[in-house]
Ligand binder design. Sequence first.
Ligand code: BGC
Length: 247
Amino acid sequence: MSPTALGIDVGGSSLKVARVDPATQALVSPFHSVPTPQPATPAALVQLFAQLAQQLAPADPVGIALPCVVQHGIARSAANIDPGWIDFDCAAAARVALGRPVTVLNDADAAGLAEMRWGAGKGEQGVVLLLTFGTGIGSALFHEGRLLPNTELGHLQVDGREAEHQASARVRTLESLDWPSWAMRVNRVLAEYHALFWPDLIILGGSISQDFALFEPYLQCRAPVRAAQFMAQAGAMGAALAAIEEL
Ligand code: BGC
């Protein structure tokens, strides 16, 4: 078995790729980012997964993180990606195209696995909620380090609209919101999540986490909120971790 694994995180605008050695918790080669093909159909992406895996890590097991609910390797939703993903058996198709073991999981769940194992949630017990703010809002819920997959809290209705339609990083850009205005929306979303799950800790990840210092002063929540350590790289790292652990 290869000691390293390749993780691929499918985002709305780019695919992030990380080759990880779980034993040393290190990226084995430089982090890659390539534009997401448009339209991001299953066929186009599976072909790209095969190319990337062949180029970057010909013998590694591969983990793929999708912005979808994923049950047993099958994508079940497609809020921010081509609708062709719904009910697409990504694990089966990718195993054939790549000719090796492939593990498929939700992107926020993947980011959460990496942060809980190596990053901002390392050693945290109790209830931890990791949120990713990017094209949508992803969520990963942990209790005593164990993941409850596919929580999909970005679609929770807050004040009559889906949380991710009000407070994702994409909405901040589209509506040109300054940090205080955007943080007020995030605070409403966090208050609803807190009322339902009473997390001991909330970790904010995704593309927005690199700007954490700019909006942290405006955040208010009953639970402590901290930035993800691996920021936008966490999904790819967690996908690689999932690939190793499933073997
Ligand atoms: C999707 C989730 C995903 C999140 C972040 C949401 O729209 O429904 O599955 O984790 O976006 O990409």
